[in-house]
Design a protein around this ligand. Structure first.
Ligand code: NDP
Ligand code: HSE
Length: 436
């Protein structure tokens, strides 16, 4: 294309994120032109409902269409921006665009985590760019550092708080002593949680982001199906109080680790609530903020922090990608393509090394502690600390283990639940980051 004409954009979706993309394109038009070397121009905007009220959006109403496919097929479209979400029809639109040589900017974590490989293949086939900075941790520049800046280093672990809704809920529980239901209600009232919060509280949203992070950090392909996922609906006010007593808090973490097993190098990726010490860099990440802690061999620890959601912060990341894609269009270059040469095997959760915090209600009589300790010993799980608070004929035991394979820890809990002297297992939480 000639650098004398504008770079033409097809915007698919004009909701929370899309409408802010339109606003930023308008507000920053002059600077964007100067930075790119040519103006950006909206060729069309595909939406589901033409009649929807869109407020004072600074855009010509005749640009709206419900025919996304015809829009992306137009010869004068250079870059396709997808902020619709979901798997289909987004996947078909993006494959069509990329194969036709049109660069794609998307915020669609669900699609990238489910079928990123197909999108990358279509981009390679069409010689087009595929950018998706906004798909993980909203405004935080994170994927480009993993995809480019850290390519001379070896990343060993990525630990993140990548879901704002659940971080708001857990931060509120920690601050006020509220239970999960009460904190979720507050998050919904304040507009953080969606009407159906399942994807957030059950960890599906974080698992999709974890898959994308692990793929980029370890040069391999990880899909959402490879991620061990446990939601945070079971975290109680009692768990949070218990964490506090240990100098900890509870966060929904995504943890991607490079390791080695008998078959060679491996990767493990998991999402679950975990206790972390208050001294951990992620413990102070409150409200609906996101943060990702990256450990690399030469760089050491790196922390990325900021707003992980919201229309305007997310649009900031989308705009950054649009600028990159537009520059490449003008100079006839391409962004680095997918790097998946490492082809790491995914380690099952049972082989992940972690620690457990287990809270048990037991009978108060001689030999109970010895019996409980015996179960840990049988499963080769070493106990780090035990705290007992006694009552008349029953007692509460809080046990924190040393690091052990998750399968051994889970089997220990299962065996404990079958003991007559164990009246109930009040809670089981993983412990990460040196807590305990
Ligand atoms: P919204 O639901 O607010 O907006 C979706 C948009 O897509 C709407 O404009 C809707 O049209 C349009 N749309 C839906 N179906 C179709 C269709 N079949 N054809 C054409 N247009 C369609 O979503 P968000 O803006 O919140 O999210 C968009 C993407 O960004 C998702 O992938 C999400 O995961 C991701 N994301 C969102 C963040 C956020 O904070 N919201 C943060 C990070 C990523 P209409 O306006 O007519 O309803
Ligand atoms: N529902 C997500 C969150 C939006 O709460 O973080 C950003 O992906």
């Amino acid at each position: 294309m000639s650098s004398t004409r504008s770079v033409r954009l097809a915007l698919l979706g004009c909701g929370t994120v899309g409408s802010e993309v339109v606003r930023l394109l308008h507000e920053q038009a002059a600077d964007l032109t100067a930075r790119i070397g040519a103006p950006l121009e909206l060729a069309g905007i595909a939406v589901r409902r033409l009649g929807r009220e869109r407020g004072d959006l600074p855009v010509d109403p005749s640009l709206f269409t419900t025919d996304a496919l015809s829009l992306i097929k137009r010869d004068d479209v250079d870059v396709v921006i997808e902020v619709v979400g979901g798997i289909e029809p987004a996947r078909s639109w993006l494959i069509e665009s990329l194969r036709a040589g049109k660069s794609v900017v998307t915020a669609n974590k669900a699609l990238l985590a489910e079928d990123g490989g197909t999108l990358h293949a279509a981009a390679a086939e069409g010689g087009a760019d595929l950018y998706y900075e906004a798909s993980v941790a909203g405004a935080i520049p994170l994927l480009r550092p993993l995809r480019e800046s850290l390519h001379g280093d070896r990343v060993t672990q990525v630990t993140g708080i990548v879901n704002g809704t659940t971080n708001f809920i857990l931060s509120s529980m920690a601050a006020t002593g509220a239970g999960f239901d009460e904190a979720l209600e507050e998050a919904t009232e304040l507009g953080y949680a969606e009407a159906d919060p399942t994807a957030d509280v059950e960890g599906f949203d974080a698992a999709a982001k974890a898959a994308i992070l692990a793929s980029l950090a370890f040069h391999t392909r990880v899909t959402a199906a490879d991620v061990f996922r446990e939601g945070m609906t079971g975290v109680t006010a009692g768990d949070m109080a218990s964490a506090k007593e240990m100098g900890c808090t509870i966060k929904l973490l995504c943890i991607a680790q490079r390791g080695s097993g008998v078959e060679g190098d491996t990767v493990s990726v998991r999402v679950h609530p975990a206790m972390i010490p208050l001294s951990h860099p992620l413990a102070g990440v409150g409200d609906a903020f996101n943060a990702v802690f990256v450990e690399a061999e030469a760089a050491g620890p790196l922390m990325f922090y900021g707003r992980g959601a919201g229309g305007r912060p997310t649009a900031s990341a989308v705009l950054g990608d649009i600028v990159a894609a537009a520059r490449n269009k003008l100079t006839g270059t391409r962004a680095p393509s997918e790097s998946n040469y490492a082809s790491l095997a995914v380690r099952p959760i049972g082989e992940s090394m972690t620690r457990y915090h287990i809270s048990l209600d037991v009978a108060e009589r001689p030999g109970v502690l010895a019996t409980v300790a015996g179960v840990f010993a049988q499963h080769e799980v070493s106990i780090a600390t035990v705290r007992q608070s006694g009552r008349e004929d029953d007692a509460k035991l809080v046990i924190v283990t040393h690091s052990a394979p998750d399968a051994a820890l889970a089997a220990t809990v299962e065996a404990l639940s079958r003991l007559d002297i164990v009246r109930s297992i009040a809670s089981v939480l993983r412990v990460e980051g040196g807590a305990g």
